[in-house]
Design a protein around this ligand. Sequence first.
Ligand code: NAP
Length: 522
Amino acid sequence: MICIPVTAGAHEEALRAAERSALVADAVELRMDLIEDGDLSQLMGAARRANVCVKIIVTCRRHEESLVPDEKNPVARKKEMTDKARTDLLKQAVLLGADFVDMELASGEKAIRRMKSFCHAQKSSTRIIVSWHDVSKTPSLAALKIIFQDCAKTGADVIKIVPYARCGADNLKVLRLIDYAKQNDQTIITMCMGEKGKVSRALAPLWGSYLGFAILPGGRPSAPGQMTLGAMKQVRDLLQDDSPEIPTGPAISSTQHFVLLGNPVLHSLSPLMHNAALPVMQIKEHYSAFLVTDIASAVQAIRGMNIRGASVTIPFKTDVMAYLDEMDPAAIAVGAVNTIVNHEGRLIGYNTDWLGLTQSLKERTDIAGKTFAILGAGGTARAAAYGIQKEGGRPVIVNRSQPRGMALAARFACPFYPLADISRVRAHGLINTTSVGMFPDLDQSPVDAALLKGYKVVMDVIYNPLQTRLLRDAEALGCKIISGLEMFVQQGAGQLKLWTGKDAPLALMKQVVREELKKREV
Ligand code: NAP
């Protein structure tokens, strides 16, 4: 598992970092000793809403176990907390349902056991990481084993031992410590801090360390030597010998300055739409679809070949976030990137799906003050909920599977109804974000026609076919209808605007896509 420590100095910045990290990592560590005025409940909520499966570790490190800030380790430390304040904070983490709380061995066996009893009394599943750090050296393997045994004596669920590497050989000591932990049937997190400890940071999780720590591009390390998440994943892929093949598909030539990264991309209409628009916008560059098997390499190619911009589609919209330098706040809120802008070597991730959806809705109806039922709870539903809320509307989530629907509703603090109860929903508009009714299932609809009567507007994000069964039923009942074609064109126009700063020729784009879809329908 890869964990990203949240080290941002101020609460608001930490909230964004927690959200962004939870989207791309297996675990996030909330470093409450570094976040000034950090509200633990809000930070945990932000991480969970972004990714219900993410593991949350709450840590409140003592000063003597974290490095003194310097140029290489610039994270400012806040005032040292008292033991009582630290314990209270960790108890709060337990009550809030953290997966792990980190206590230093130096807290003492009694304090650690008291925390265990507290977890037990609360019937909490929070586990305790008992940690030990040496910020100046790596002791001998024999000494590390004694420290390991001291940690084990406290009843630790997980032991964390992190010394400082002064030479390459120190890395081998922690790897051998992992073997020792395995012999003792004990879960361990270990690696070396410092530039010379980088090898162990990459290798230890593969060797058997429960976690490895990485940072997001542009993020602040909580300890020296931390690699970016992207670099760590690349090393992992290489060493596990199951690294995906080199991306196939057309090579990028110097005239192909915008690309689509996805898999599959063969039937994508984006190249047709963008290549119709670019010459009219007086932009000479070309847009090409690029079949990707390894998103990390594809992002490297964008950097290396100075590609101006990229669209990102299924299945990489979330994974790509790990490799970008910066993220637009809307992309973080939606939890997906569909557009990359290369800004003088810095890759910035955006999401224009929500923009496309709200733009096409706004052309037919007001959003502010109105309620919209959103069918589905996937990435597009998330974009829809974000966009509707941003425009002052009220989303209601309706989904087949309850856990997924409820998680999305919780994220946007809005009501949820199971799809089977859709007759109870009262709303101005209905937006289908499921794939029900998509080609070739032309006669399927996610909702019985009779239930559409109460809606003034019905939108389908599907654009193949141009008019789905849902839209045909809604039109017959007198509802205003909006096809997914509108959203597709608007999200594309949003991409072109981000890449070039110019307004896109919407009518032309719609025309070429509509004509192509009509040909395909024959
Ligand atoms: P996704 O993440 O896979 O989510 C799909 C959702 O549909 C899930 O909530 C799923 O419910 C639900 N669903 C699937 N089959 C269903 C069925 N038979 N009955 C009821 N519910 C069902 O997909 P996505 O990325 O959000 O994409 C959804 C659609 O949006 C795709 O058709 C895509 O092409 C389209 N899209 C269009 C545009 C555009 O520009 N027009 C842009 C982006 C996406 P469960 O949670 O119960 O599984």
